[in-house]
Design a protein around this ligand. Structure first.
Ligand SMILES: [Zn+2]
Ligand SMILES: [Zn+2]
Length: 329
């Protein structure tokens, strides 16, 4: 499994994951960047938008879905999410606008991007370049519901269910956020696991049980609580961010990590979805390190990365073979 952060912040999130022979199963977790930016960043990895097998959507806020109109309509990339989020996406597509995380209306950029080259490709098949002859069905998961949305494919994965998307086993689980049915994801390939938890106001025991399985954990570390409370945001927005359906603070993220670590765990931790106003990379990193250190974790064995708003953060599951455990036994 190879994982690359294409962007992570309050203003745009997308994670690229590939697995299988030659990295043939290519997925995004969220697509909250402009489609041109997304395209350029994927191209730098040698990947074309038309090669994506699907986009797992955590929730319908603009910083997670901005590129969906183009991905769905121009590139025929299926959206994969639960029924409720799917309905919200249908509304967003019809309205040509999305709600931002802070409640503002964000107009979909699709119309302004008319010069994007449309890829000629079948709706349901994808030719695997590696073999040159092998053709696999793009929507082969019988457990998923196929439904056209404005003539584009969609796969319904009810929250709490597990299914195979190509070479990747995908499990969704509920998180707490002010969207219709937000969820996190656990992605597994041959015993390697990636867990994505962003945009949640609290961490539940169910979320902890998913996070505890991860080799690579992508976790929200949105704000420094004091900085938020003293900062320039209106009171209502501050209350919303610290509410149980808002965002995780640096302290909450550290607590969650402390609760999930096992003595034999080998971990990579990516801290993401940082607020530009209410956090800094060094605050997020220092806060996490100090909390873990005071709990006795061996930090030399822990790989913490603070994800930048731009491209950054690359993980390959082969790193698992070389990593010792986190805690001194
Ligand atoms: Zn967000
Ligand atoms: Zn959100």
């Amino acid at each position: 499994m190879r994982v690359v952060s294409l962007g992570s912040s309050s203003s745009g999130n997308s994670l690229y994951v590939e697995a299988g022979p030659g990295g043939r199963t290519r997925l995004l977790v969220d697509a909250g960047l402009g489609v041109r930016v997304l395209q350029a960043r994927l191209r730098s990895l040698g990947v074309d938008l038309s090669q994506l097998r699907g986009v797992l959507v955590t929730h319908e806020h603009s910083d997670h879905v901005l590129a969906l109109p183009s991905l769905l309509r121009r590139y025929q990339v299926p959206v994969i999410t639960n029924e409720e989020t799917f309905a919200a996406i249908e509304q967003g597509l019809a309205a040509g606008a999305w709600r931002s995380d802070s409640g503002k209306l964000v107009v979909s950029p699709t119309e302004a991007e008319g010069d994007v080259v449309i890829q000629e490709q079948s709706e349901t098949t994808l030719v695997q370049e590696q073999s040159g002859v092998e053709i696999v069905t793009r929507i082969q998961e019988s457990t998923l519901v196929y439904r056209p949305v404005n003539n584009v494919p969609a796969l319904i994965l009810p929250t709490g269910k597990t299914t195979a998307v190509g070479d990747i086993e995908v499990t969704s689980f509920p998180i707490l956020h002010d969207a219709v049915a937000p969820c996190g994801y656990l992605l597994s390939v041959g015993g390697c696991r990636l867990c994505v938890v962003t945009d949640t106001g609290e961490v539940t025991s169910e979320m902890l049980s998913m996070m505890a399985q991860a080799d690579l954990l992508v976790l929200e570390s949105n704000h420094d609580r004091q900085r938020l409370l003293r900062g320039p945001y209106p009171q209502r927005l501050k209350q919303r961010i610290i509410s149980s359906k808002g965002h995780l603070s640096n302290d909450q993220a550290a607590n969650a990590v402390l609760k999930t670590w096992r003595p034999d765990s080998i971990r990579w931790l990516w801290l993401g979805h940082l607020s530009k106003t209410n956090n800094t990379p060094s605050l997020a990193l220092t806060s996490m390190r100090e909390r873990l250190q005071s709990a006795g974790a061996n930090l030399s064995q822990l790989h913490i990365t603070v994800l930048p708003p731009g491209m950054g953060g690359i993980w390959d599951s082969t790193q698992l073979w070389h990593a010792p455990s986190l805690w001194d036994l």
